[in-house]
Design a protein around this ligand. Sequence first.
Ligand code: FES
Length: 660
Amino acid sequence: MPEPIHQVTFQPDNITVDVYRHGENLLRVAMAAGVHINASCGGNGTCGKCKVIIDQGKVESEHSAKISDEQWEQGYRLACRTKVIDDLIITIPPESRIDNSALKRKTGGQRHILKARDLNTLVQGLTINPAVFKCYLELPPPTADDNMSDLGRLMREIKRAYKYDHISTDFHLLRRLSRVLRQAEWKVTVTLVYNPKGFKLIDLEAGDTTKDNYSIIIDVGTTTVKGQLLNLEECRIAHSNANGTDADNENLCAEDAKYNSQVRFGEDVISRIVHSQKKGGLEELQQAIVGDINDIITQLLKSADIRDDQISHLVIAGNTTMTQLLLGVDPKYIREDPYVPTANFFPPVRAVEIGIKLPDYIHLYVFPQVSSYVGGDIVAGVLGSGIFQREELTLFIDVGTNGEIVLGNADWLVCTSCSAGPAFEGGGVKNGMRAAAGAIEQVRINPETYEPMVITIGSQKTMGICGSGLIDAAAELLLTGIIEPNGKFKRDLDTDRVREGENGWEYVLVYADQTASGIGDVVITEGDLDNLIRTKGAIYAGCRILLESVGLSFADLDKLIIAGGFGQFINLERAITIGLLPEIEPEKFLFVGNGALLGSRLVSFSREMMKDARRVADMMTNIELANNMKFMDEYVAALFLPHTDTAAFPGVMKILKGSG
Ligand code: FES
């Protein structure tokens, strides 16, 4: 654990919390400490309910019209507009507390979100030798005595200087080979691509351009497309300077993301496959995703101020449907029994051939996949998190539109995919939205007054609720006894926030006058809770089935890795409270962020990792859950908060009994 930078003590409950970031938002600190401060505008500074008094220490705070000059002089500040820059003693005045009770439950479970620099802690023996690399050569010009062809001369020098054998040549290069050699006066840089059978010569440039060696990696998600630009040459330098302790980080030059434009043809993979079967549908989908990738590449080049001819490699990881749509390969049979993809291993293809606007020598490496519903993004995640190298029994969960789960170690890997439903991405939830500015991401509810404390992403006015907010809200509703374990609201509570709305019973998180639109209350309904319970039930049941398939249980796990952008934001303790994740020791959990990008970085830096990607995909045995009766039984058992098998959640049950 890092050392705390500041400490904040909240009075009158005398709760002290460590703060690890200079400038942390005071309302977020209170929430992490389980201290209730009224907050109904999402931390936007407009409701004026989060007033606190700074008794001791310095803060940075915005002057707000919600605080009079006299109050300002007395030390009143809005917690949501205040930064912690010192050790503080704070008093929460009665009007910000509603009553004298504070939520003293411990919140915010331990978690460790890995940064890129932690790559070497995940994978063992990472050697930095990019699969696409450059070599500078000074060739002797041809003479009457040495009149070998230009290509032969080049090959001879590569073999002589670098001892590389089995080099093939990209045909397109031949058309300009002679001209470039002479214009460069025989001083050139060649770009070679490693493949298991040898090397391929793909480019030739005048002079020494070995420093211009960049890779672009793309995660093609159903909802979001993310890209990063990596400097492969600096990586080599950074790695050797750091004695192998930092394989990455400094070489991340730029990153960009955008929503997948295919979404206009359907939210999920099934509706996009359906669209692909219409006349011109496959072309529309292919062009949409290629357009997104081109936009991201343009932005990456602009941000890093480099040219496209400085790029050498393009690596893409996506789920099976996204991969086939990108390549223009008909995905029809992915959704037809027995659900087989066209291929699990795609040969390298020139990026330009599928419409990507990069120089014609750049090849696209597509991550191999396992099955129709366990794709290259999951293989990349398994590769990047190093499961395939360790003896420890590891469960890997990637939560997105689908829930993909992998179990195993260095000897074996089994995997499955459960259609978790889009609840975590805002789908099927009345006020659901993606994790964007204005989305409620954290919720605490006072157990006596049932008043909420709400924080939105970016502290913007509330627009809706995202997946992590939904999990938080459901856990709080359960812990405060507002809902029963079956997800139904208690009808007789003394609060106006629980009411019968037009979509059935609901809890008001934010009243309309504090929302961005100003026209509708932001609520969580019984229907939303139903969707959430089905989603978490499918993931938990999928995990149980995988474990049972090899005769193991959650108790046998050494590690549980959570990947996916969503995984970065969920509160571990809350996810366990609702039974999305199993109740095992907190130190066994590891959050690795975006698995697709994690694995793509490794493949960019290391040709051994490129080989391992194929090995990992080959190792993974897919277990199909469709028509699996055991899965249905497990699923039904999991449609309860936290679970019908309460013995599997002793800690949660203890808290529930204590709060009931
Ligand atoms: Fe701070 Fe509303 S003014 S939460």
